[in-house]
Design a protein around this ligand. Structure first.
Ligand code: MN
Length: 169
């Protein structure tokens, strides 16, 4: 799961299947609360190597902006079997074993590349908003603004994707 401050902030959810990364853009990011359904727009497959990309995409290029590896780990369809077939069926449940996102999730298409991602009720379900409480890179612990700064990107714009800084009193 990459956090991407491009034209707008979104999360890019990527599942390895059939030798590629099947990909969805989630405008609001994932929620561990089973009552929160999240729109996930299916986008083009990405090469496997892209899963570890963290850095700055130059302005003017597709997806120009700042990319963070927000979470990573393993996944598997609940029913076992072929991962690509499960996704192609348009409705499947899967297990996530990430550093942040865990447990069982359904992903269901409603057509026109629109999917709905939600957390299933299990021991990992919580109303805690992990996108707020765990805003840093799972790989480098950096915020988006740090990644932009290190990569010579637009720090100010990237920072709008980070949590508001708390003022010390
Ligand atoms: Mn993106």
């Amino acid at each position: 799961m990459q956090k991407h401050r491009a034209t707008a902030l979104h999360y890019d959810f990527r599942l390895e299947a059939g030798g590629t990364l099947r990909s969805w853009a989630i405008p609001k990011g994932p929620s561990m609360d089973p009552r929160q359904k999240r729109l996930a727009m299916e986008v083009e497959d990405h090469p496997l190597e892209y899963a570890s990309f963290e850095g700055v995409i130059p302005a003017g290029e597709y997806g120009g902006g700042t990319v963070m590896v927000w979470d990573e780990g393993h996944w598997a369809p609940m029913d076992g079997g072929d991962a690509a077939k499960a996704i192609d069926s348009g409705e499947f449940r899967f297990l996530l074993d990430g550093k942040k996102l865990r447990g069982s999730w359904p992903l269901i298409t409603t057509g026109e590349r629109r999917w709905i991602l939600m957390k299933r009720r299990d021991e990992y379900a919580t109303t805690v908003d992990l996108t707020a409480t765990e805003p840093r890179s799972v790989r480098t612990k950096r915020l988006l603004a740090d990644i932009a700064r290190d990569g010579g990107g637009d720090v100010k714009t990237a920072a709008t994707g980070d949590p508001k800084r708390r003022r010390s009193t």
